[in-house]
Design a protein around this ligand. Structure first.
Ligand SMILES: [Zn+2]
Ligand SMILES: [Zn+2]
Length: 295
């Protein structure tokens, strides 16, 4: 299995001399299981350079799995070049909105409205199909199995576990570990706590034993105090989650747009020092644009 990072930044693209090493594009990950299928996790601005790398393979079949429809995870989608070339096939998977009952097609359709983008969806040349997913609804692509997992974010966000030939990976999308909104003195505290523990156990069970976990580690614990409820995790919360799930390698991503390369390395090093590696713990890395993991 091969994984390549095309965008590792959260919230907004952040080009410039201070982000050259880790990259300024927003979330996009290319996954190639052993059978060579093309799976793309999220369509942040990183999908534009990814799509340029695909020319030699045209015509292609691409499978784009969207974790959720916040801008930094869809902004590059209209610029996915295979859309404009006949004979390409693009399958787009994502969450249906439970309140409006709108599927992934209707949600993304908004992006291609004439007032926002000069080319309408009907004018795209590729064969495009949409599939709205519900939690735990497994998608099979050849020998590869993709499982959506409900995470914790202000809108519904699916993490995706991908399995092929005994190799596995998991991407959280945007995720904040659920925390108790009550204080221990409140009557509701205990019941809420047991719901959280149940939810965490459910997530850990699905992630269990993956070779690679790519996770939303936006904040340091100090930064997090002012940003509770914004829907993002910390380096520390992800190290703990990866440890609990028996993950082999953890890649921290969704880097803060204001964080320079040097700052990023400094906060990451500090996180590793706070969480010394013990036997069986995952190896931890920073996700970096252009980095390929091959195993
Ligand atoms: Zn995001
Ligand atoms: Zn988000």
């Amino acid at each position: 299995m091969k994984v390549r990072f095309w965008g590792v930044r959260g919230s907004i693209p952040s080009p410039g001399k201070h982000t050259v090493r880790y990259g300024g594009n927003t979330t996009c990950i290319e996954v190639r299981p052993d059978d060579g299928s093309l799976i793309i996790l999220d369509a942040g601005t990183g999908i534009f350079p990814l799509s340029q790398s695909l020319f030699p393979e045209f015509p292609i079949t691409a499978h784009i799995f969207n974790t959720h429809t916040h801008w930094d995870h869809i902004q590059g989608l209209p610029f996915f070049i295979p859309f404009f070339v006949p004979d390409n096939r693009v399958n787009i998977y994502g969450v249906a909105d439970p309140i409006s009952q709108k599927g992934i097609r209707e949600i993304l359709d908004t992006q291609l409205q004439y007032r926002f983008f000069p080319i309408r969806e009907v004018e795209l040349k590729a064969d495009i199909a949409y599939q709205s997913l519900v939690e735990a609804e497994v998608v099979h692509i050849g020998e590869t199995k993709i499982t959506p997992v409900l995470m914790n974010h202000p809108v519904i966000n699916f993490g995706y576990r991908i399995d092929c030939n005994g190799k596995s990976m998991f991407f959280t999308g945007d995720h904040e570990p659920p925390s108790n909104i009550y204080t221990p003195d409140d009557e509701e505290y205990k019941e809420y706590q047991s719901l959280i523990e149940q939810k965490n156990k459910g997530m850990i069970d699905v992630i269990q034993g993956v070779d690679v976990m790519i996770a939303d580690a936006s904040y340091t614990p100090e930064e997090y105090e002012a940003k509770k409820g914004w829907g993002h995790g910390t380096y520390d919360s992800n190290i703990v989650m990866a440890r609990d799930a028996g993950v082999k390698k953890l890649y921290c991503t969704h880097h803060e747009p204001t964080r320079s390369d040097d700052d990023l390395e400094a906060v990451f090093e500090a996180a590793l020092e706070r969480n010394p590696r013990q036997e069986g713990d995952p190896e931890c890395f920073l996700a970096q644009e252009g980095l390929t993991i091959d195993w």
